[in-house]
Write a protein of this length. Sequence first.
Length: 261
Amino acid sequence: MTRVIILGSGAAPGVPSLCCGWGACNPSNPKNFRSRTAVYIEYPQAKILIDTSPDLRLQLIENEIKHLDGVLYTHAHADHLHGIDELREINRISRDNLDIYASPETLNYIKERFSYLLATPGVVNDCITKASLIPNSVEHNTPFYIKDVKITPIRLLGHNLPTTGYVFNDGEIVHIADFRAIEELGYEQIKKRPKLVIMPLTTPIGQRFHAGLDDVLKYIKRLNPKKAVLNHMASECDYDQINQQTPENIVPAYDNMTIEL
């Protein structure tokens, strides 16, 4: 069995946000409370984290996650990256290095901002005082493995930083991050009908660097998954309202949402 947990379902400001409060979201619905986005995928042989939310500490504690086999990064915006320092706790538990994976562009940002967290392969930092992360560069459309899990990075288009999606086991799970479109070569890496697609919906109408609901539904229809989850939602996205606008197999995410495949 594979287990997927949406650790955080919110966009950069979270919900409620300091600026906009609850916005269009009903504060009486606990599913509208959103920490910043991160996703945990647990295969029988591998435990994988996608992005390190600024809220990662509480997310890991809430879900009792104390071991990781690898961390994948989609891009270098703060709401996806700046919880990286929390990985020192994973190192403290394992007393070993932890591999992180990202495109060359994203790795460059990590090396510039967080060089003190990185280690040399084969050398473990003092895990009591700092994280011990091994950077691994990935190439779009070229698969790599964490344990026996096949992972293929795909290029996402239209965001204001280079962004990477991830295809697991030829399409069993597809994770899409901030984007306006999926590169055509990315579709070719999805060789089977997905059991689960995770796709961002920052606002229903879309923005310059984010796809809106109509486009997101169009992309999901093309992928034809058994189930899709809309993640990375800002205060414009009320849970019940979005749920009413989507087919039965497409649902909004909420913090700590668990999907078993």
